[in-house]
Design a protein around this ligand. Structure first.
Ligand code: RFL
Ligand code: PHB
Length: 403
């Protein structure tokens, strides 16, 4: 070991959750280090989320990283659900007074990285063998290898923001964490293309051939997804097949307007629901995808990750400034209550719009659910509140008894 450095918070993973947490702590004068396995270029080029809840935008405002977002993002006051040829607009603004913001996760990550660079934050990209240690002792340690050299940080607290495949959760004793998982039998095949979006707002299309989503990153860049069997591979989906299948699943008027272009990126994402309980283990907290995964249908993953680190940053800041432990103690039960609300919503919207089974019973139930939604403002309001994020619209979910 060449040296032992001390920081107040050691953060594993410099994805959006880790970068935002570091930023919020740094602004409050709390020292931190971010250890990231990949290169900065790799982290900044991942194509993922696109829809931000109002609460996420508020957090990015608080972190001082939202100037470009407010200049370049698209504010969407509603979205559409299609069921075969029927189209239903969910008017978010009229139903709740709020709207969502369309701005790519890639851009958020770039904005956060640029702010960290300007602030001179300590971020070690290309870190290997990151290992959290001494989680229940007087201080935790974060061991790692960087540029061929082994070293470690001594920290008051550690936060695992290292995604679903990260090391933080994996390093916990099996008896200390319960991994609750649901596999869905389908994947999302995503294509990003430099072509104008086919609809002005997002369109979630339910069709006997399977689900399709028309989304976007800007007025000139589209993001489309198709539900495919979990066994499918990217090689089976050349661009032409993707566009033909997308057209087949959209209402005819929408399909006729589709402008295609070469795929800039193509990806397969298996749908899964996952929650690790609890989210605290002594001096280690889990946040973002390290703690939970939701199927992307509800556009909740990044928003949950940001809400996690927003609450955790406030709790850590209170502890470092005043010694108050209430926030840290409440983190796991509070966040699990929210996470399960999001999990339920993502499951419901997935079941409404996907072909998860071939059963005629399920098809009829879906048709009934869509008809109910189309005819009932209360049902639309419930959908709108959940889509915007329950915290964003001020709804309080029942308290969880889990810790
Ligand atoms: P990330 O982004 O996975 O970042 C984790 C970071 O940790 C690093 N890491 C390690 N570092 C050090 N040592 C180790 N041993 C490490 N292991 C891993 C990784 O390299 C990485 O940099 O997790 P984070 O920060 O929690 O962010 C979560 C979001 O990325 C995720 O929830 C969203 O992308 C989910 N999601 C969506 N969320 C939304 O809120 N709205 C959406 O519209 C939306 N659309 C999507 C999505 C996710 C998708 N995919 C591909 C999974 C659409 C898709 C297709
Ligand atoms: C996206 O644009 O990537 C996106 C939008 C809405 C979702 C999921 C993903 O529900």
């Amino acid at each position: 070991m060449s040296s032992v450095a001390r920081v107040q918070v050691g953060i594993i993973g410099a994805g959006p959750a880790g970068l935002l947490l570091g930023r919020l702590l740094g602004l409050a004068g709390i020292s931190f280090v971010l250890l990231e396995r990949q290169t900065r270029a790799h982290v900044e080029s991942r194509i993922r989320a696109g829809v931000l809840e109002p609460g996420s935008v508020t957090l990015l405002d608080a972190a001082g990283v939202s100037a470009r977002l407010h200049r370049e993002s698209l504010v969407h006051e509603g979205f559409e659900i299609a069921y075969g040829e029927q189209r239903l607009r969910i008017n978010l603004r009229a139903l709740t007074g709020h709207a969502v913001t369309v701005y790519g996760q890639t851009e958020i990550t770039r904005d956060l990285s640029a702010q960290h660079e300007a602030a001179g934050s300590q971020i070690l990209y290309g870190c290997e063998a990151v290992t959290p240690l001494d989680l229940t002792g007087r201080a935790a340690r974060l061991r790692y290898r960087w540029q061929g050299q082994a070293d470690e940080f001594v920290c008051d607290y550690l936060v695992g923001c290292d995604g679903y495949h990260g090391v933080a959760r994996a390093s916990l004793p099996a008896a200390g964490v319960r991994n609750i998982e649901r596999a869905y039998p389908v994947s999302w095949l995503g294509v990003l293309a430099d072509a104008p979006p086919v609809t002005p707002e997002l369109l979630y299309a339910s069709h006997p051939r399977g689900f399709a989503l028309c989304s976007m990153r800007s007025r000139t860049r589209s993001r489309y997804y198709l539900e495919v069997a979990a066994t499918q591979t990217l090689e089976e989906w050349p661009d032409e097949r993707f566009w033909d299948e997308l057209r087949a699943r959209l209402p005819a008027s929408v399909a006729a307007a589709l402008v295609t272009g070469p795929a800039i990126e193509k990806s397969l994402t298996p749908l899964r629901g996952f929650v690790a309980e609890p989210l605290r283990h002594g001096r280690l907290f889990l946040a973002g995808d390290a703690a939970h995964i939701v199927p992307p249908t509800g556009a909740k993953g990044l928003n949950l990750a940001f809400a996690d680190v927003g609450e955790l940053a406030a709790a850590l800041i209170a502890w470092f400034k005043t010694g108050a432990t209430e926030g840290l103690d409440a983190y796991s039960p509070n966040r699990l209550a929210r996470v399960w609300q999001a999990q339920r919503f993502a499951w419901w919207l997935t079941a409404l719009t996907h072909r998860l089974t071939a059963a005629v019973f399920d098809e009829r139930a879906q048709a009934a659910e869509f008809a109910y939604l189309a005819g009932c403002t209360h049902a639309q309001q419930s959908l709108a509140e959940n889509y915007l994020g329950l915290s964003s619209v001020g709804a309080t979910p029942p308290r969880s008894t889990r810790s």
